[in-house]
Structures are given as structure tokens and as C-alpha cells.
Write a protein that binds this ligand. Sequence first.
Ligand code: NOJ
Length: 563
Amino acid sequence: MTTGESIRSTILTNDPLWWRQAAVYQIYPRSFADGNGDGIGDLVGIISRVLYLASLGINAVWLSPFYPSALADGGYDVDDYRNIDPRIGTLAEFDVLVAELHDAGIRVIVDIVPNHSSNLHAWFQEAIVSPKGSEARNRYIFRDGKGKNGELPPNTWTSVFGGSAWQQITEPDGSPGQWYFHYFATEQPDFNWDNREVQEDFLKTLRFWSDRGVDGFRVDVASMLKKNLDPAYDGLVDLDRLGQSLFHDGLHPIFDRDEVHDIYREWRQVFNEYDPPRMAVAEAWIPSHRLAPYASTEELGQAFNFDLLRSRFDADSFKAIIAANLTLSAETGASSTWVFSNHDVVRHPTRYGLPEYAQAGSSFRIGAEWLKNGGLPDEIDVAGGLRRGTAATLLMLGLPGSAYIYQGEELGLHEVGDIPADQRQDPIFFRTNGSEIGRDGCRVPLPWEPTGTSFGFGSDGTHLPQPAWFADYAVSVEDDDKDSTLNLYRKALSLRAELQGAEQLEWLDAPEGVLHFARPGGWQVITNFTGNPIALPAGEVLMTSSPLVGDMLAGESTAWIRA
Ligand code: NOJ
């Protein structure tokens, strides 16, 4: 077994269900590693770190968008779905990356962004110079404005990033024109998914990347593709409030409409053209009981469950969420997914380090309100947040199903709270005039070395400023420290691979504030959410998230036991 080819065929099998209990590591390409010294992470940078990725013991990487983009929304504004941003690399480099990751036994998931393109996409550029009612306009959602001269938006819906969800264009003859719908930034026009041409173009994109060897897709805002702009909803200002009443029946004008499932049933046919079939995971911030069809085997196979991410570090809440989601998975045959951090939310050690009152909220806004005031590192419980964060992670890695890990969490990184306003990039910050801090704080380039202009990220600076405290969290520093967060993640992931069996979990009796469960094969996980040490159950202690206190499990700590 001397060639990459033979290693690959040994490590990566054709198991069609490889993803069901995978540990997936999310790479935000612009902030992972910079191979050409322009301050922006790239494919060459990732290729240079494949050994590092292999050392983590992960099963797959998920690459956030690397497509050509003007970066109005961190790459989720795509100019061309079947190409690579020249600042990030080339298709040839992409092929090398896939081959090297596969050789290392790591599968590749790419991000697909079907709800909207960027305003620089050739189709949108064509739409704005084409006449009203043309085929080109019909690929997006154009409407006449209201008011005497169409000077008012078609309705009062707002963008999730702040401001109106409608933008008026200037017609080719220079007159004020129609309005287009954008649920996200102005530069992200929503596609018209009733248009067969749009549907077919995405089938082509799925095949394009599948043919290049990618193993799966993370589907951005999967629940929003189908819309009903029926005038009956006109005048309803607050989509969130509207959501409360309509969310549960598939009738919301833009979220989670029942027709969206037709799209994914067709995508499944494409996934199944490949051996093994391509996997997919839906990103959908909808109530978990509505996730089942997305995650079914007739559609995407998996959907992110963000319930744990939204929860405080609390035993009762964790137990209720885990139990409910395992029940749902058992009913539908989908595999569960678990995640605490990603590129949209305040990093979980930081959330858990916030004062109690600041820990409640939803989606990426948890903690963001508080961080606005300056935040890190002085005003946060840095050590406590990380202690609770690693306890939660070790619990998550003990659960049946897939675990999604976000780059930098294996280093115990906190959110970067103090990025100057003139260096921020997130449209949320700008569209709310800075009243919402946005997501840049979890997207700061990784520290690889404790010194240098970019802590080893590249040779010349970074596109978002790194704080001085990143030095203590650098990969090379943690590599050398056997008690580092990095080595804790490595140990957990390697043990998990060894211990992970059938997707079953049995709750065991535990005192208040403690969760204790057994997995098949004698593997037990116990998490002490309280502040005080507790006695450990009988068995061999395989690892703990914090050092034992004598022979007891420390407060806010998780242990893995072989009973
Ligand atoms: C979800 C992505 O994770 C987020 O980063 C992006 O801003 C929106 N979708 C819009 O694409």
C-alpha cells in the first residue's frame, strides 16, 4: 500500500451511510490558512494543512463557499456556482485538495447556496438590463412598486440583515424601475424557484461538483426556496412575528413552505446517480419537528438541528433536546446532527462565558448583543466558558449521529469581540448601522504559530484583525501541550471512532444537574452541569474534559467511561 490510490481505496469505502455518524469539520476557507500571502485563506493553504486535518481524526470537511464573490456576505453571495474565486484558488487546485483529503481518509462536503445568487451573477446582470416581464427577470423575484409611480416597495417585509427586503432598480432607459426581493443583503437577490431554468441550473451544479468527487452538500437556507408573494400577506411587517403563527403549517410566505420538498426529492435523484450516493445536510432554522422531511432518505438525508446550539449550558434543557431529537430521528430514520458553533454564531465557549442573563436568545444573535459592548477578553468568564464549552463538546461527541465542529473550536478559541468598526465585514453590522455586531468575531483567521504578522496564518497579514491573545491558542503551542484543547479534541475524536457503534442511547439515573447515558458496547458519557465535583460511576475513566478532582468528576465537566 504505497500509493495514494491504494490508501484511498482502503480508507474510504463505498459505504453509502458513511455520513450518519461522521465527525465533520467546517472550514471557512478565507480564514483557515493563506498559502499565497494575500491575507485571505485559500485552497493551497488548506492543502498545506491536510496533515493537520488528518491529525484531528475527523471524517469529513465541509467547505463554506469558495466561489467567485464580491464578499457582500462572506461568500454566500455567489457570482458563479461552478467556479472558484481566483483569490481562493483554481479548479485544478480544488481537484488536488479533494484528492489529498480523500487520500487522508477525509470526505469533502461543499456549500451550495440555492436561495439567492449575488447581484454580480451573469443572470442578475442580464435581468436588470432586460425588460420587465422578460425571461431574464423571471429567474429572480421582480415586482412593480406601490405608490403613484411605483416608488414604494411592493410590501413592507424586512431583510433578516436589517432594512427593507426590496431594492428598486433603475431601468435600462434610466427611469426608476421594478423592485427585486432579497431576504439577505441587497447584493443577494432571491431566485424564483418556480422557474424550471433555475431548478435545472442547480441540478447541473450538483452534478458538476459531484463529478469532481465531492461527497456531499451543505444546503444553505434550505427551507426558503419556495415563496408565496400573494398580496394577502402585504402589509405584514414583521416576518418573525408572522412566523410564529404560520411556521407550523407550511403556509408561511417564505419559510418552510411545503412545496420546497419537491426540489429536494428531485435533488435526491441526482445524489443517487453516484456511488456512494452524495449526502446532503439542510441548513434550516425552523422548529425541529418540521425538519423531518428535509432529513428523510427521499430528500437530503440530514438536517442541522440547532436546538443544542440555542440552549444554555443546562442539564434539563440538554436532556429534553437530545431526547426529543433522538425520538424524531428514530421515527423518520434520519441520523441526528449536533453542532455548537459555526460561522454564523458567537463561539460556544464565549456564549457559555457570558453572564447568565445574556445566554438566552436565538440563532446567531445569542451573545452578540452583549459583545457589542467590547467584550473580550476582560469581561467574560474566559476559563469558565471554555470549561463548559469542552464539557458540552465531549457530551456531543458521545451522542449517536453526526457531530459538526467549526474551525478553531478545537483550539478553544473565543469570539473576537473588539474588531474596529472600519475593519468589520459582515453586512449585518452595516445594515443595522452597527447596532448588531454581526459575525466577524468567529471568522477571524486561525492562529497557527504564536508569533509573526498573522500568527502563521499566512506570510502577510489577515483580512480580519487577530487579537494578541490568539498567540496562546496557536496550533503549534497547543500541539506541544498534552493538556491543550486541541489534544483533548484529538483524543476524543480518535476514541469516538473506536467506540462509536449502533445509533442507540440509553439514559441512566443521575442526580439533579447531571446527565448520564450509555451507548452500545459499554461506553458511558456523564456530564456534570453543576459547579461541584460528583462521584464517578463504576468503570474505566477513558477521558475527561477537565482534570479529575481527586477521584471525582469536576464541576462543569464530562467523562467518558468504559463500564
Ligand atoms: C446562512 C449562512 O450560513 C450565512 O452565513 C449566510 O449569511 C446566509 N445563509 C445567507 O446565505
